[in-house]
Each structure stands twice: as structure tokens, then as C-alpha cells.
Design a protein around this ligand. Structure first.
Ligand code: 0WD
Length: 268
């Protein structure tokens, strides 16, 4: 008997087997969930790289829905949600694990960010959650649970996180407002704030190795978080085990976020 037996949902944001969404989907699958997945559209359909990488993660689960989706493109979103309605009828959960900022803007100080880069980053990393929630609501007539992924750089300054920090602040605020607006429809909206994990997206942000060393030295647990730990907490927030939790930002970061200064045993 799995926690997700008979439950259906959509997962947005598996780029490859190291994606956080892949870690969450693995736990959901182990608990019996049926899922639909999207990948970034492949520029050359005769060489479907994104689809192939996604299918490598989820192929063995025989998913009924695998589709391209660019959250900036209304028509691809329309297609995904009409296919989801046709395939699943209703859904119980949705995973939003999507973020993007143009590298050039991400590497600039916040005051140097371009208007176009700001708009694009906010659209892909924040508005996409709002839009997905709006589109998923009619499919969640029996209630549901929605999860997004964030990082501590949305709450406090993490040098190098720059423009993405602004996006995560707006994303975390969206989680609270959406939770408020959808609570009476029995739809919960939560975020997981994960410690640094080596994924495709992470390679674009600051000095990754420096961050992981910092977590090893400063976090209460003196280590970095593992993929499956983030996956399990994501699964918990999507499951009925967390039925009383909404609007929450759960930190899965070995406690790093509670520290206001270095531990006394930290090396220079
Ligand atoms: O340390 C980390 N990796 C952390 C990541 C710590 C805390 C939070 N996060 C967040 C990220 O900010 C993001 O919101 O977790 C989420 C997932 O990130 P990830 O698993 O680290 O990264 P990745 O495996 O690259 O997945 C992000 C995916 C994209 O992958 P690529 O690398 O191909 O851009 O977001 C998707 C895409 O699959 N994505 C889009 N999906 C639809 N339309 C779009 C788009 N326009 N742009 C990006």
C-alpha cells in the first residue's frame, strides 16, 4: 500500500536524472503515484535531446503523458493541460521545479540587471508557478497539493545568487498568497528550500564548490543535503501526511538557515 496509490499528478522540471524534480518523482513513484511529465521543447524534433533525457529517468514507469512544455509559450501550456484533462480527468498534485535567468544577467550585480533579463527570469521562475496553479485548479476539484522549489537566497543575501534571489523572494511570496487564495478549495501550496545540490541549474550560480564547503563547515549537521532527502520531503508535502500544512517554506538544508554566525569549531 503506497501513500500515492490511485493519485495522479504533473511534474514540471525534470531536465535529467540529477534534477531535483527527478528525486521527488522517484519518491512519488515508489509510493504508487501516476504521473505526467514535461520537458523543454527540442529545437530539432529529429534529435529530441530533452525528451530522451527525461525518458531516461521516467521511461520504466510507462508514463501516460510525456510532453514538451515551455512555460513562456501559452500554446504549449494549453496543450499540456488539455492532454492532462483528457488523460487523467482530475489530478491530485503538481510539482513546479523550474527556474531560469540569462547567464549574463545572473552574473551581474543586481543593480546592473537588464530589463529584458529581469522580466524573463521573473516570468520563467515566478509567473510560471502562478500560471500552472491557475491551470491546475480546475483539475483539482477534490483538492490537491502543489509544490515549488526555492533557495535561501530568496530570504537573505547569498552573494552570487543575485537576480535569482529576487525571483525566489517573489516565488516564496507567491506561495503564501496562493495558499491563502486556494485554502478553501482544499488546495495546498508549499515550497521546499533545498541546500545546494549539483544539478544543471546549479552550475550557473556562483561558486558551487564554495557553497558546499560552507554548508559542511557551518550547518548544524555539518554536511550537505542529499538528493533523496529533498525528494522525500517533497513527497511528504505532496502527500496527505502533510494535510494541515500550507503556505509553508520547508528548509531541507541540514539546518544551515538557522545559523547567524560560524560555529565555534569552524576552521578559518
Ligand atoms: O542547488 C540546487 N540545485 C537548488 C535548486 C537549490 C535550491 C533550489 N533549487 C531550485 C531551482 O532554482 C529550480 O527552481 O530547484 C528547481 C529545480 O532546479 P534543479 O533541479 O537544480 O535544476 P535543473 O535540473 O536544471 O532543472 C531546472 C529546469 C530546467 O532545466 P534546464 O537545465 O534544461 O534549463 O527548469 C526547466 C528545465 O527543465 N525550465 C523550463 N521549463 C519549462 N519552460 C523553462 C521553461 N521556459 N526553463 C527552464
Amino acid at each position: 500500500m503506497g501513500l500515492f496509490d490511485g493519485k495522479k499528478g504533473l511534474v514540471f522540471g525534470i531536465a535529467n536524472d540529477r534534477s531535483i524534480a527527478a528525486a521527488i518523482a522517484k519518491e512519488l513513484h515508489a509510493e504508487g503515484a501516476e504521473m505526467g511529465f514535461t520537458h523543454l521543447p527540442d529545437a530539432d524534433p529529429s534529435r529530441p535531446k530533452s525528451e530522451k533525457r527525461l525518458r531516461k529517468v521516467v521511461g520504466d514507469w510507462n508514463p501516460k503523458l510525456v510532453m514538451p512544455c515551455d512555460v513562456q509559450d501559452e500554446s504549449s501550456l494549453d496543450a499540456v493541460f488539455s492532454a492532462a484533462a483528457e488523460t487523467f480527468g482530475s489530478i491530485d498534485f503538481l510539482v513546479h521545479s523550474i527556474a531560469y535567468a540569462p547567464l549574463d544577467d545572473l552574473q551581474k550585480p543586481v543593480y546592473g540587471v537588464s530589463r529584458a533579463g529581469f522580466n524573463m527570469s521573473m516570468e520563467i521562475s515566478v509567473f510560471s508557478l502562478i500560471d500552472l496553479v491557475n491551470r491546475a485548479k480546475p483539475l483539482m476539484s477534490d483538492g490537491g497539493s502543489i509544490l515549488t522549489m526555492t533557495y535561501l537566497g530568496g530570504e537573505t543575501v547569498i552573494p552570487g545568487y543575485n537576480l535569482m534571489g529576487l525571483c525566489k523572494s517573489a516565488l516564496e511570496s507567491s506561495v503564501k498568497y496562493l495558499a491563502h487564495e486556494l485554502g478553501q478549495s482544499r488546495i495546498r501550496v508549499n515550497a521546499v528550500s533545498a541546500g545546494p545540490l549539483r544539478t544543471l541549474a546549479a552550475s550557473a550560480v556562483g561558486d558551487f564548490q564554495k557553497m558546499t564547503k560552507l554548508y559542511e563547515a557551518f550547518s548544524p549537521m555539518r554536511r550537505n543535503v542529499e538528493f533523496d532527502e529533498v525528494g522525500k520531503t517533497g513527497m511528504f508535502l505532496l502527500s496527505d501526511l502533510s494535510s494541515g500544512i500550507t503556505g509553508e517554506n520547508v528548509h531541507v538544508d541540514c539546518g544551515y538557515h538557522v545559523m547567524g554566525g560560524p560555529p565555534l569549531d569552524a576552521e578559518e
